[in-house]
Design a protein around this ligand. Structure first.
Ligand code: PAF
Length: 298
């Protein structure tokens, strides 16, 4: 049933590892036959405390937890960081053992995209906004791999970080549209002491860039306070962009105030309406693109 068990001498209970869809589905079937529920955390590895908090959330919402680690080629465009994306299998497995994850799914590319595979999932509209403007391939690659992972793992619950807020909303929409019987849960963003959202790509930052990176949270936080006080989104956006550029960011892709469910842009030249909105930002620090977001209430 399990095609390999990784043993890490530092942990008492090593996490089980499967690499094939068939082995994964055998285990999931056995659990479900025994009345267990399955929580699922899809990742691309290079795990940090943010990922482990998603595993924790999955454990709170299901009796068994599966984490997948798969660096998905379909969500990287040529010239992006697919080749250099951090891969740390041994360390990831040790962290997942320590977190009490029950099973890790480590599929190969051929397992996820069988030879000759031509079927994609496209969440139209929502995938083309915000990050989708700068990374047009990205959410199509994400929706395609997450749909495949859901079919492989057949979870009852799946947890995704709010750090990737647009991704979370795209997945919610896909699940709704396709009728996947899976409850999607958002996990709160984990932050370093200066507010920087934890991300595997933070590993790319030089020491100097890391010192500047906290400005992303500071700029968004300041903007969220101003918006909640009724400042015009157009003015607040200009201030946040200036803050980032002053702090050492190379360029800003966007700072945007949107509807938290549909991601539709809210009017720029009128104070934010009463209620809840989402403020998202993406900017370049050297060769690293950082994204972050905050909820705004007025
Ligand atoms: O957020 C990620 O790590 C990835 O986009 C995901 C959801 C695992 C799909 O490859």
């Amino acid at each position: 049933m399990r095609d390999r068990i990784k043993v890490n001498s530092k942990t008492e209970k090593p996490v089980a590892v499967v690499r094939s869809r068939v082995a994964l589905q055998q285990q999931v079937r056995a659990w479900k036959a025994a009345g267990e529920t399955v929580g699922f955390v899809p990742t691309m590895g290079a795990l940090h405390a943010g990922h482990l908090s998603l595993v924790e959330k999955a454990k709170e919402n299901a009796s068994r937890t599966i984490t997948s680690i798969f660096v998905n080629p379909a969500q990287f465009a040529p010239g992006e960081d697919f080749e250099t994306y951090p891969r740390r299998e041994e360390a990831d497995l040790a962290l997942l053992s320590g977190a009490g994850c029950d099973l890790v799914y480590l599929p190969t590319v051929a397992e996820m995209y069988p030879d000759g595979s031509v079927t994609d999932v496209r969440v139209n509209g929502m995938s083309d906004l915000l990050d989708g403007i700068y990374r047009p391939h990205f959410f199509y690659g994400v929706a395609t791999v997450v749909a495949r992972l859901f079919l492989h793992a057949q979870p009852d619950v799946a947890v995704f970080g709010e750090k990737d807020y647009q991704q979370l909303q795209v997945i919610r929409r896909m699940v709704r549209d396709l009728g996947f019987p899976i409850r999607i849960i958002g996990g709160e963003t984990r932050r370093d002491a200066d507010g920087l959202a934890q991300s595997s790509r933070n590993l790319y930052l030089s020491a100097e860039e890391r010192r500047a990176a906290g400005a992303m949270f500071a700029a968004l936080h300041r903007a969220s306070v101003r918006l909640s006080q009724g400042a015009l989104p157009s003015a607040v956006r200009a201030e946040a962009e200036a803050h980032l550029l002053r702090s050492g960011f190379r360029s800003v892709d966007y700072i945007a105030l949107v509807d938290p469910d549909t991601l539709a842009a809210l009017p720029d030249d009128a104070p934010m309406p009463a209620g809840i909105a989402r403020l998202l930002g993406a900017a370049w620090l050297g060769r690293t693109r950082l994204i972050d977001n905050l909820s705004v209430t007025r």
